[in-house]
Design a protein around this ligand. Sequence first.
Ligand code: ADP
Length: 431
Amino acid sequence: RERALEAVELLPQAPRELAETIRSVPAAAQLCDLVASTMDITAAEKQEVLETFELVRRLDRVLEFLNERLRVMRLTKELGDATRGSLEKRQREALLREQLQTIRKELGEDEEGAADGEELRKQIEAAGMPEEVAEAARKELRRLERMPEAAAEHGMIRSYLDWLIELPWAKETEDRIDVVEARQVLDEDHFDLDKIKQRIIEYLAVRKLAPEGRSPILCFVGPPGVGKTSLGQSIARAMGRKFVRVSLGGVHDESEIRGHRRTYVGALPGNIIQAIRKAGTRNPVMMLDEMDKLGTGFHGDPSAALLEVLDPEQNGTFNDHYLEVDYDLSDVMFITTANSLNMPQPLLDRMEIIRLEGYTEDEKVEIAKRHLLPKVIESHSLKEGEWTVEDSALRDLVRYYTRESGVRSLEREIAKLARKAVREIELKKAT
Ligand code: ADP
C-alpha cells in the first residue's frame, strides 16, 4: 500500500480519488487486484497476476512490478527537475536583463541602443533602396533590436545593415557626353593613340544617341604601362562618372566576385559590390583589370560569375551571396583590360578588343615630356622652372634605363630623379 501511494504521488495526472481508494481498500487481495489493474503493465503481465492464486506470491509479484515502475517514475522526475532548473536559469537571466535595461533607462544610459536602432531605421529609409531591399533591411533591424548587444550575431547583422545602407541604391551621376569635350579630355591625358581615341569617341557618341541601347564592352589589350588604366580614367572624367578599378589578377574563386554567404565568419561582399560602394554611385565606370589573369579554382568558376556581371540580360539583378538581395548593375559602364587574348571564349565574345601596342622610343620621349614630367613635377610639389630634364636625358632614360613596351618604369625613373632633385633643393636651402 505504501509503494502504491508513493507511485500515485509521482503521477501528476492520477485522479485524487485513487489515493483515497488505495488507502481505504480493506483486504489485501482486493488491494492487489486494484493496483495491478491501474498500473501500466502489459496484458500478459496482468494475466500472470490473475493466474497467481496464492495471495502472498501474488502480492510479491505486484510489488515487484510496482517497484520497477517506481524506479522509472523517480528517474523521469529527476530528469524533469534538471531541465526545469536550466529553464528557470534562462528565465532568470531574461528577467535580470530586463531589469538591467530598466536601470539603464533610469540612469539615462539606455538611449544608445534604442537611438542606434532609430538612427539605422532612418538611414534605411533614406538610402533609396528598392522596396524589397528596404523590407529585408527592416527585417534584419528588427532581429538586431531583439538581440542582446553581447550576442555574437549582433556585430554580424550590424555590419550587414551598414553594407546595405552604404551602397548607392539611387545615387548616380548624370552623364554629360560632349563629343568635342571628350576628345579634349582624351588628348589632354594621352599622347597619340589617335585611332583608339577615335573609337572611344564613337563609342561615347553612340551612347549619347541611344543611352539604353546595348553597347559592347570595351577591352583594352596590351602590355603593362601603355595607358589602359589611364584611358579608362579619362573616359570616366569625360563622362562625369566616378571611376573604380577591380583587379582580377589571381582571382580564382567565385566568391571573390560574388561574396561569401553571411554564415561564414568574416564574410564580405564580393569585389564587384565592394567597388560599387567605393564608387559611391550606382553608375560608375568600372574597370575590370587583368581579365586574362583570372584563374579557375575548386570553388566555382569566377569567369562564369563575371559573365553574369557583363551580361546586360542578367546584370540588372546581380546577386551577391553576402547581400542576398539583388543589385542592379545595368547602369555601370564596364571596361576591361588584359595583357593577352588568353581568355575564355564566352568572355571574349562579349567584348570589343582594342589593342594598344607598345610605344617607339620617340613616342616614349614625347610622352615623358608632355605627360609624365609635368605629372611628376606636380606630385613632388616642385615649382615651375625649379627643375627641368633635357630631352637627351629623357632619351637616355628610355634607351638605357628602361626596357618595356609601355612607360610605367619610365615614369618611375623620372620620379626617382625628381626625388633627388627635391633633396638637393632642400639641402641648398638649408646651407
Ligand atoms: P596600364 O594600365 O596599361 O598598365 P597605365 O594606364 O597605368 O598602364 O599607364 C601607366 C602610366 O603611363 C600612367 O601614368 C599613364 O598616364 C602613362 N601613359 C601611358 N600611355 C600614355 C600616353 N599615350 N600618353 C600619356 N601618358 C601615358
